[in-house]
Write a new protein. Structure first.
Length: 95
C-alpha cells in the first residue's frame, strides 16, 4: 500500500437514505446485499469494480460533498484500506 492510502470505513449506520439510493442506482444492487456482515464474510469479500467504486464514492463524499464517481474511479486498488463497521477510536481510554 502506498503512503497515500485512501482509508474507507464503511459504517452503514452513518449512511443516509440518499446514500443508499445513490449506491443502488449506480451499482444496481442494494448495498446490504453486497457488503459483508460478518468477519468471515469480510475476509472473503471480493467485490466487483463497480461495487468498490460505489463504496468509495458514498463514503468519501460524506467527507467532501464535491467528491464524484469519477474521483472514485481514479482511486487505485493498491491504495485502498477498506474496513467495515465503525472505525475504533485510536485514543486510549482514560483510566
Amino acid at each position: 500500500m502506498s503512503e497515500e492510502a485512501v482509508k474507507i470505513v464503511l459504517d452503514a449506520e452513518a449512511l443516509t437514505l440518499g446514500d443508499l439510493e445513490d449506491f443502488e442506482d449506480f451499482v444496481g444492487q442494494d448495498l446490504f446485499a453486497v457488503i459483508p456482515t460478518t468477519e468471515e464474510q469480510a475476509a472473503e469479500f471480493k467485490p466487483s469494480a463497480k461495487v468498490l467504486t460505489g463504496i468509495v464514492w458514498i463514503v468519501k463524499r460524506a467527507e467532501n460533498p464535491d467528491f464524484t464517481i469519477e474521483d472514485a474511479r481514479h482511486t487505485k486498488i493498491a491504495d485502498l484500506d477498506l474496513k467495515f463497521g465503525e472505525e475504533p477510536d485510536p485514543t486510549p481510554a482514560a483510566g
